[in-house]
Ligand binder design. Structure first.
Ligand code: RIB
Length: 308
């Protein structure tokens, strides 16, 4: 399998994860059972997942001139990411994400204080033009300003770099251009429901919602459906790719693990349905241990046949 070259334009956050038997109501205090800080941010997680599988990854992001930012830069370097475009600002602090995880289900609630992520501008992206055009695949999310994401997608499209847009976290409606610039548009269940106003409770419903997104101009749509796996919606057919149900202890970053893995396998030349099956598998491994990036498996911990 050839070594894929990925470029990620997105967020970097320090995740401050607290686990508890149940999440507090407003105004209530509950006792936590465990605290685990770690590296996160949707963009960073997707980049790190790709790198852990063996991709050559360039990360375009903005961090603060503070200790979280310095640790984050070190983390990227230790995983061999190209950090030429990890930009540092003294005008905001590094993004942080206080996260609560309910131990019984592994589900979470997250508040992101974007900080420096909100200061990544279209001008920054223009300056990183060559990093985007020299990649096979560009991956974007919605945890930075939309105009910055669009600037990156436009550059990639002009040079025929494959674009993958994961509209997470969902903020509002997207302009048509965002769909048209996406070779692969990949929302989760909530994002799909907000964007289309349609339910995704059954595979049939999800198919209709996926087709509605396709009609807005995306090349292909991949809906991630949690325990139900993923749905690949193409102009001529729809394929449901189930996943194995596992005991989740922490679902934080599972969607990012999926996106980073999907991008890796796709860029390595694996056909989309199989790339999705493998990404489903890796995401299901990530939910079985605590933490965000720390729960992502590395290539060495995965069966060799996944890389054939
Ligand atoms: O998708 C999980 C991520 O969402 C966390 O790492 C957190 O930083 C938020 O961005």
């Amino acid at each position: 399998m050839k070594q894929p070259k990925l470029c990620i334009v997105g967020s970097s956050n320090m995740d401050l994860v607290t686990y508890a038997q149940r999440l507090p109501q407003l105004g209530e205090t509950v006792s936590g059972t465990r605290f685990q800080p770690g590296f996160g941010g949707k963009g960073a997680n997707q980049a790190v997942m790709g790198a852990k599988l063996g991709a050559q990854v360039t990360m375009i992001t903005k961090i603060g001139d503070d200790s979280f930012g310095r640790d984050m830069l070190q983390n990227y370097k230790s995983l061999n990411l190209d950090t030429s475009y990890v930009l540092v600002t003294d005008e905001a602090s590094t993004g942080v994400a206080p996260i609560w995880v309910e131990e019984t289900s592994g589900n979470n609630a997250i508040i992101v204080a974007a900080g420096a992520n909100d200061l990544l501008t279209p001008k920054d992206i223009e300056a990183a033009h060559s990093a985007i055009t020299s990649a096979q695949v560009l991956i974007c999310q919605w945890e930075i300003p939309l105009e910055t994401t669009l600037a990156a997608l436009r550059i990639a499209r002009k040079q025929n770099v494959t674009t993958i847009f994961n509209p997470a976290p969902i903020r509002s409606q997207l302009p048509d251009e965002a769909y048209k610039l996406s070779d692969i548009f990949a929302p989760n269940e909530t994002e799909t429901e907000v964007l289309t106003g349609l339910p995704v409770g059954t595979i049939e419903e999800a198919t209709v919602a996926g087709q509605a997104l396709l009609a807005r101009g995306a090349g292909k749509v991949i809906l991630t459906l949690g325990e139900r796996g993923s749905l690949l919606v193409e102009p001529t057919k729809t394929t449901h790719i189930p996943t194995s149900v596992v005991q989740a202890v922490d679902t934080t970053g599972a969607g990012d693990s999926f996106m980073g893995s999907l991008s890796y396998f796709f860029a390595a030349g694996v056909a989309l349905p199989l790339a999705i099956e493998r990404a489903n598998h890796i995401a299901s491994i990530s939910v079985q241990s605590h933490g965000t990036q720390s729960s992502f498996p590395t290539r060495e911990n995965l069966p060799a046949h996944l890389f054939e």
